[in-house]
Design a protein around this ligand. Sequence first.
Ligand SMILES: Nc1ncnc2c1ncn2[C@@H]1O[C@H](COP(=O)(O)OP(=O)(O)O)[C@@H](O)[C@H]1O
Ligand SMILES: [Mg+2]
Length: 235
Amino acid sequence: MTPLLQVRGLVAGYAGSRVLHGVDLDVAEGSTVALLGRNGVGKSTLVAAVMGMVRPSAGSVVMEGRELAGKPSDVIARAGIAIVPQGRRVFAPLTVEENLAISVRRKRPGRWDVPAVYELLPRLAERRGNRGDQLSGGEQQMLAIGRALLANPRLLLLDEPSDGLAPAVVSQVADVLATLIQEGLSILLVEQNLRLAFQLADEVTVMQKGELVLRCPTLDFRSDEARARQLLGVA
Ligand SMILES: Nc1ncnc2c1ncn2[C@@H]1O[C@H](COP(=O)(O)OP(=O)(O)O)[C@@H](O)[C@H]1O
Ligand SMILES: [Mg+2]
């Protein structure tokens, strides 16, 4: 069966420096793939290239049979991919409600609208009149997730959603993501928090220096902790 997302030979980087050296990656419909790797290996560059925020210089990004490499981000969003970027990037001077309203403007038809987002994330409803910069880290993360959902994606790219959050808040984020997974959303989850990745992902892939060096079911990865540690460069 053709995967929902099929990335082949993706090459991308920034002025003068190539970061991704030919990445192949599949995300099957309804599955969650965790993308692991040390800082600076190119995980964010990969999700940015899939989303069209960084322009690939070679390779292909095929979503539901449609070539998206080199297309602008808004075209890619309408093809069914949304991103929750690293660092969350909510609009600080705008209220929760205004942050969500901005995302509604060019949305695909589907289950997600502002009331549905408030139902999934009731804390956002309570905070709807508060500005982005008045929110806690966890609330900002929920807002970033809510904004991405309003695009009614079939594939959600999440770039380190647990970054900087207290453990109790990470577990709230985990619950929300588990609900979305149960509903059938496909996810590519970049994480440094192995517990979260292992809890949510069916499969794990590891990046080193702009290349994916391993891909396996999460259970296999967990069962060989020494190898996992070596691949991730942790003591
Ligand atoms: N906007 C940018 N301009 C130039 N270089 C960048 C930019 N973003 C990331 N890089 C560089 O690209 C490499 C990969 O970064 P990144 O994709 O953010 O890694 P990761 O997400 O795995 O930590 C790093 O060497 C980083 O310094
Ligand atoms: Mg990153």
